[in-house]
Design a protein around this ligand. Structure first.
Ligand SMILES: Cc1cc2nc3c(=O)[nH]c(=O)nc-3n(C[C@H](O)[C@H](O)[C@H](O)COP(=O)(O)OP(=O)(O)OC[C@H]3O[C@@H](n4cnc5c(N)ncnc54)[C@H](O)[C@@H]3O)c2cc1C
Length: 463
């Protein structure tokens, strides 16, 4: 088996496959060829923060880690060995973490590490492509030729996502722009002119994240960003730009005034159950704390819970719902498995999870049964391959009909609980986590029964 890319996902996949006694050739272009963000030649290098986020299993990220540890994730166990104090988060000594992973791979008799850049899709099958958000442009070009230019993106424009239960819906109204008949798919936050001006003033003064040196300050990336400007840059370009752009109220009537509001923030559902909504067109480079401070001032947002914050950054990723089959291979290139961030997840732990799942799927003669969508790994997978989770008489999921943007794990991706679960938010979360644990155990037992876990017991992951 061949894996291209020795980052978090590629290293996880290589070590998992080796744990199943499969032979792997792993290509990594560093240190000869640089990405702009990585600084060393180590495998599994963390390019920015040294935190893998929360360990608390009552959070979505903590739950994902709990599942990955049960699955025997070698990269996560390396993170635990390199852990340094960081409160409830899994914070690591980045050099120790990456050096340990590099040593494990180099000393693994099943893995051959080749320090070479791969410029064309190799003929080897199965083939894993784990080249990440900063995939070398030559390889990207050949991928574009093979799958079509409309199926691969070079940057990531993410709007904030909020939990529906945390909104005061009495201050919002339903309606579609241009007065489309029906109740309306969007929730609208109406703003009068003074409120709009105050909101723009906040956007203009809000502190922004500086570009990642060597990555987002390159001319070709800046050109790509021009096509998709953050809201604060739009606000900068003129006092009414937002009111004529993402906040235009055209065709909407505020039920409380009977008139068109001066501007609106539109919220679009993230899933059919409408447990989460995104702020349409609100990609932003504002710091997370500033997004929290500024958006919380919007009507109905006083107690808002953000499931994810907005961002805009360089990222190479595929349109997963349209290009991936249920076995996680490319529909157009059977037995070629993109994984990690390039498949459309965001974040260190999510990328590790995808690397692990890809290794499981490709090593199975008949693909493993999909993890239930109620588990953390299943919720992540369902966001990438929604059609594989759809029952025959279900309508297509939103991910199949709306444009795809990369996913990081949050509770909004999990199927909602039945309405009869009473209690406050913490009680509902407790039940959701209990359901995830129960369903994960059932699924993992069936995977173990198919032989993978037996192989891995014989050769402990990473050992
Ligand atoms: C600037 C930046 C900052 C980020 N900050 C954070 C953060 O703070 N927290 C967070 O959770 N996530 C962050 N991310 C996202 C992060 O990159 C991913 O979460 C994670 O590293 C992706 O893992 P991966 O294995 O898919 O890709 P990577 O870890 O990037 O690994 C891909 C590997 O493929 C190699 N490669 C690329 N092209 C080729 C080729 N043609 N031939 C051979 N090898 C190749 C690269 O050298 C690299 O080692 C950031 C991303 C970027 C770009």
């Amino acid at each position: 088996m061949t894996i291209v890319g020795g980052g978090l996902a590629g290293t996880e996949a290589a070590l998992v496959l080796s744990g199943m006694n499969r032979r792997v050739t792993l290509f990594e272009m560093r240190p000869e060829c640089r990405t702009g963000a990585h600084r060393t030649g180590n495998l599994g290098e963390l390019v920015c923060s040294n935190s893998l986020k929360s360990m608390d299993p009552e959070t979505a990220h903590g739950l994902l880690k709990e599942e990955l540890l049960q699955m025997g994730s070698p990269v996560l166990s390396a993170a635990l060995s390199a852990r340094i104090p960081g409160g409830g988060a899994l914070v690591v000594d980045r050099d120790r973490f990456a050096s340990e992973l590099t040593d494990r791979v180099q000393n693994d008799p099943n893995i051959t590490l080749v320090r070479e850049r791969v410029d064309r899709i190799p003929p080897d099958r199965p083939l894993v492509l784990a080249t990440g958000p900063l995939t070398h442009p030559l390889l990207t070009e050949t991928l574009l030729e093979q799958i079509g230019s409309d199926r691969l993106s070079f940057y990531d424009a993410i709007s904030p996502v909020v939990e529906t239960d945390s909104l005061d819906l009495s201050e919002l109204f339903r309606g579609n722009r241009h007065g489309t008949p029906g109740e309306g798919d969007y929730l609208n936050v109406p703003l009068d002119e003074p409120a709009y001006r105050a909101f723009c003033a906040d956007l203009l003064t809000g502190e922004r994240v500086p570009p990642h040196e060597g990555v987002e300050d390159r001319p070709e990336v800046l050109r790509a960003f021009e096509a998709c400007q953050p809201i604060e840059s739009l606000a900068e370009s003129g006092p009414d730009t937002l009111a004529f752009g993402p906040m235009r109220p055209v065709g909407l009537v505020d039920p409380w005034t009977g008139r068109s509001p001066f501007a609106v923030v539109q919220l679009r559902a993230e899933n059919r159950e409408e447990t989460a909504f995104n702020l349409v067109g609100f990609q932003t480079k504002l710091r997370y704390s500033e997004q929290d401070r500024i958006f919380r001032k919007l009507p109905g947002f006083a107690h808002v819970q953000f499931l994810r914050f907005g961002s805009l950054h360089r990222n190479t990723f595929l349109d997963a719902p349209r290009v991936l089959g249920a076995d996680l291979a490319l529909k157009k290139l059977p037995k070629v498995y993109p994984t990690g961030q390039m498949v459309g997840v965001e974040g260190y732990t999510e990328s590790i999870a995808l690397g692990h799942l890809t290794a499981l799927f490709l090593s199975s003669d008949s693909p493993d049964s999909l993890p239930p969508p109620t588990t953390a790994v299943g919720a992540l997978l369902r966001a990438l391959i929604p059609s594989a989770y759809r029952r025959p008489d279900d309508a297509p999921a939103l991910g199949e009909t709306a444009p795809f943007s990369p996913v990081n794990l949050h509770f909004g991706l999990f199927p909602p609980l039945p309405a009869r679960v009473k209690g406050g938010k913490s009680e509902r979360r407790r039940v959701l986590v209990a359901r995830a644990r129960r369903d994960f155990e059932g699924w993992w037992e069936s995977v173990a029964g198919s032989g993978h876990a037996a192989d891995r017991r014989a050769r402990p992951a990473g050992g």
